[in-house]
Design a binder for this molecule. Structure first.
Ligand SMILES: [Fe+2]
Length: 362
């Protein structure tokens, strides 16, 4: 009899606790959506928690990540200047692919145990995990084994575009130090062998410049070569750091050739130009049209090698979704960029970024 009561308690307790936590999050304003809540840390940062109080039912990765994106958007609307981080064992691959640098978190005692238990509950809550992964193994068993083997990592989902931030112990650290932790960030991979490969990409921009405006001058050629160098230290392509990528090339162009060329590089980004209340520069349209000179297989190969493809697909999620193939996505994005270059207007097609979605909802 006692055994049955204990079993019922063990089965029901996580559900009750989960509902209570969700209820408390609702009361305290920390509830984001049916999968996510957040908490405020003493350091002033916020932590994102996956908390599907009513279970996942059958969440495919596409649905899961869409709801996760929605939670982040909601958080950002409430706390536009805050730093949000997440500690995870199961989503490490997702963060790494998207260019986030994680730090290991060594939890001890109760925290460690609570983290493990909540991961088990999360895995077992999702009915999609009760399927055979292969002949020998169930998906939930595979995930539980992974949780047992991994050390949790902490990822900054986004941070205040401030020069300073806090590390996990609440100590103020310089942003440059955080960047150093990320020894091979996404932007650098993009420049070395990705979409913005430092030889091939300027070549395609040169060809499209020629098509749009005739042969560029040698000063313009230098601007074409350097315009994306600012991605070097960016951990993302369109996040807070990636969006500032025109600044480095613009500084170099300004010093070499003066303000006119500085602006040519600085406003090659539609987003940056819009932030400064300026029209995009000639280089913007040549940059967009350069995709015409990209063989599909070569572009996708580079985008996959560097991992950029994931961020681009998420950026275009609202307009194109995540279900279709990368090949179809490439055809679509090529059409969008062509439209942009033909219209030469910043708002000819919507700006694709997760930030843009935030702004449009504000
Ligand atoms: Fe470019």
């Amino acid at each position: 009899m006692i055994g049955i009561v204990l079993l019922i308690v063990v089965l029901i307790a996580p559900v009750i606790i989960s509902l209570l936590v969700a209820f408390y999050a609702k009361l305290s304003g920390c509830y984001l959506n049916r999968y996510y809540i957040y908490s405020r840390k003493r350091s002033g940062e916020y932590e994102l928690h996956c908390h599907p109080a009513f279970g996942f039912y059958y969440a495919t990765p596409a649905k899961f990540f869409a709801i996760r994106e929605d939670a982040i958007r909601r958080f950002r609307r409430r706390h536009p200047d805050a730093t949000l981080f997440a500690v995870t064992m199961t989503l490490q691959g997702f963060y790494e692919r998207n260019g986030y640098a994680g730090e290991q978190v060594h939890q001890k005692g109760f925290k460690h145990l609570a983290g493990r238990i909540s991961d088990y509950v999360l895995i077992l809550c999702n009915l999609a995990n009760f399927r055979k992964r292969n002949d020998k193994e169930w998906q939930f068993a595979h995930l539980i084994r992974r949780v047992n083997r991994s050390i949790p990592r902490r990822y900054v989902v986004f941070e205040n575009a401030n020069i300073r931030s806090y590390n996990k112990t609440g100590t103020l650290v310089r942003r440059s130090k955080i960047m150093k932790l990320n020894w091979f960030p996404l932007g650098r991979r993009s420049l070395l062998f990705g979409v913005h490969q430092f030889i091939w990409h300027p070549w395609t921009v040169y060809l499209s410049w020629k098509r749009l405006y005739g042969k560029p001058t040698w000063r313009e050629i230098i601007c074409i070569i350097i315009h994306d160098w600012g991605y070097w230290s960016a951990p993302n392509m369109d996040g807070p750091e990636g969006q500032r990528h025109p600044e480095l090339g613009a500084r170099i162009a300004r010093r070499l050739f003066g303000g006119e060329y500085g602006d040519l590089v600085l406003y090659h980004s539609r987003h940056y130009a819009r932030l400064c209340g300026q029209p995009p520069s000639k280089l913007c349209w040549a940059d967009k049209l350069s995709i015409l000179y990209e063989p599909k297989w070569f572009y996708l190969l580079r985008a996959k090698l560097s991992g950029e493809i994931h961020e681009y697909r998420l950026n275009g999620e609202k307009e194109f979704g995540l279900k279709r193939s990368h090949s179809e996505w490439f055809d679509w994005i090529r059409g969008e960029f062509q439209k942009l270059a033909a219209a030469q207007k910043g708002d000819a097609v919507p700006y694709q970024s997760r930030d843009a979605i935030v702004q449009s909802e504000n």
